[in-house]
Write a protein that binds this ligand. Structure first.
Ligand code: NAI
Ligand code: MG
Length: 335
């Protein structure tokens, strides 16, 4: 079966890491058809739009999209962030971040952490509804039953699929009584449906969760929460196993799926050939799982583990390899 994959390289190191990951994909002996579309700041400078409609349509058509990183200039009024727009347009409601130990020297959890953070990706405090009234600025925190139900269901289905036994629902319902009250009630309702599967539900307040992620992260398997809390907790969690150079994510929804490394366009190292491609390569592992190619995903995951174990890594991970050397070594180890 041919897999139609859209490639969006973006700005800065985006093209460098996505090219590396694409070459890795091409060496897996699967049948891919790649299409490319533009987004980001360079695209804005060229055509006046950081996220052209044609790109949105291409992402909607594709089986999955591999997205690099874009530069988002803070000072252009009405500038739309490419990735935030894509999440909204395609209704990519689940933001998935695996937090798996990779054997990295220097990581806080070198080898015994294996959890997922599932973040609601379309509503909450990032609904984009802000207003100013004199000296007061207000952001609306929108929580819906539908939005809560589908993200919590996604978390439980993920637990079922990956053999996890516990889902932790994170909220602040003691203070945000209406919004997180609704999220919490809905979550516990969904959880009840999964009791026969033997998946335990736990609830924690977000501040306690932030503390426990440092104190005893091994006690968590799947964490599910609202948009802003998930944004913060997922960055915190990624640091436990090695940080930005290896942090992968997926935006999964009704009308598509976009996989992207967590890092940005890294203008400070762009063009130097030293960007770490592993975050994007691990992102393609998630993409392979999504398109139902679990064997290829596992092969690639193992090749990355070997590259890390033998120390063929870029300077951000303490190594001396460049982007292409890491890429080529991953490809060698695949065969
Ligand atoms: P950043 O993630 O681009 O860089 C932070 C630091 O980590 C830099 O020192 C960078 O060199 C390093 N770094 C990041 N990725 C790396 C890699 N693969 N290998 C080696 N080192 C790496 O975040 P920053 O500097 O705050 O933002 C730069 C631009 O990226 C901004 O315009 C921002 O808006 C955008 N951005 C885009 C994102 C996206 O496309 N999803 C996410 C985050 C930021
Ligand atoms: Mg973030």
């Amino acid at each position: 079966m041919t897999h139609n994959i859209l490639i969006i390289k973006g700005d800065g190191i985006g093209p460098e890491v996505v090219e590396a990951a694409r070459l890795v994909l091409e060496n897996l002996n699967l049948d891919f058809h790649f299409e490319e579309a533009r987004a980001g700041y360079a695209c804005y400078q060229a055509v006046g739009d950081p996220i052209p409609q044609a790109t949105i349509e291409a992402a909607r058509r594709a089986e999955a999209t591999l997205f690099g990183a874009v530069t988002t200039p803070p000072d252009i009024p009405k500038y739309r962030s490419a990735v935030v727009t894509l999440r909204k347009e395609l209704d990519l409601y689940a933001n998935l971040r695996p937090v798996h130990s990779l054997g990295l020297k220097g990581a806080h959890y070198r080898d015994n952490l294996d959890l997922y953070v599932v973040r609601e990706n379309t509503e909450g405090l990032y609904s984009g509804q802000e207003e100013v009234d004199g000296d007061t600025a207000i952001a609306k925190r929108i929580i819906t039953k539908k939005g809560s139900e589908r993200i919590v269901r996604y978390a439980f289905e993920l637990a079922k699929r990956t053999g996890k036994r516990k889902v932790t629902v994170v909220h602040k319902a003691n203070v945000l009584r209406l919004t997180d009250g609704l999220f919490r009630r809905t979550a516990l309702g969904v959880a009840a449906e999964y009791q026969p599967d033997g998946i335990e539900v736990q609830e924690l307040l977000v501040d306690t969760m932030a503390m426990r992620l440092i104190k005893d992260p091994e006690n968590f398997e799947v964490i599910v929460t609202t948009n802003l809390f998930g944004d913060i907790l997922s960055d915190e969690a990624s640091e436990l196993v090695g940080g930005l150079g290896v942090a992968a994510s997926g935006n999964i929804g009704v009308n598509g799926a976009i996989f992207e490394p967590v890092h940005g366009s890294a203008p400070d190292i762009a063009g130097k050939g030293i960007a770490n491609p592993l975050a994007t390569i691990l992102t393609t592992v998630m993409l392979l799982q999504h398109i139902q190619e679990p064997a290829a995903a596992e092969r690639l995951q193992k090749a990355v583990a070997k590259v890390i174990a033998e120390g063929t890594v870029t300077p951000d991970l303490g190594g001396t390899a460049n982007t292409m050397q890491v890429r080529d070594r991953v490809i060698e180890l695949l065969s």
